[in-house]
Write a new protein. Sequence first.
Length: 273
Amino acid sequence: MVVSQDRPSPRLHVSCLHRSVGEPVDFSRRSDIICRVKEKIKREISTWATVIVVVLILRAIFVEAYVIPTASMEKTLLIGDALLVNRFIYGVKIPIPFSSWQIPIIPGRMPRRGEIVVFRYPFENKDFVKRCVAVENDTVRIVDKVLYVNGSKVDEPYVRHTDRVTIRGVIAESRAYQDKWEKAQLAELIGYQVRDNFGPVVVPEDCIFAMGDNRDNSADSRFWGPLDKKYLKGKPLFIYFSFDPGREVSHFLEVFKFWQWKSIRIGRIGEVI
């Protein structure tokens, strides 16, 4: 006994197909659908463009992410510490293209002694983080690795020295010493001898003296002179993430290369600076 299958008749299917093909195409309906799709795409693009613009404005004015690239601030800040930086505190400035001038948009204050600052390195397009140890008109001197500001020894419990050797300084005429230092030529003349014995020098107006907490392993104002306020970018707020890359990092995007991390420092996350 053969059981027939419950399926459409081939003849009926062909007939229906012929009727569908023969029907007139409604081009106005298709055009309406295409217009609605285009409008939706435009709205999506407009929404994302607005979000991107807002994020860029917030980044330029208020906060910016920054990852510690070197060991110059150990043990205060470690390589791989990811910081949120307050860009508002030292003022917001718009640089004028092809010049060293900047247009101040929002006024800010100068850094205070002891504050950690993020700034653009004056001689290269890189961001650095150091500690402000002296401000304008302060007299700075270092004697056998000990910092003196305005003649008084500075209490610095955060400072780290890893080299037991103390490098002797040089004796020079004070005016020439100051001039060469301000022009970032001092280290070129006497090299590493500025590390442990330095000065005295007077910090110029609108400038600060910046140093790393890891004093024996930091390229700072001892070597490249005073830091002008126009290079200041902001003050770190807190550590929002921390990872051990096992090496120095060169860019913020290093934080996303999680397969290269040696570990995550859970205990440092949320630490206020």
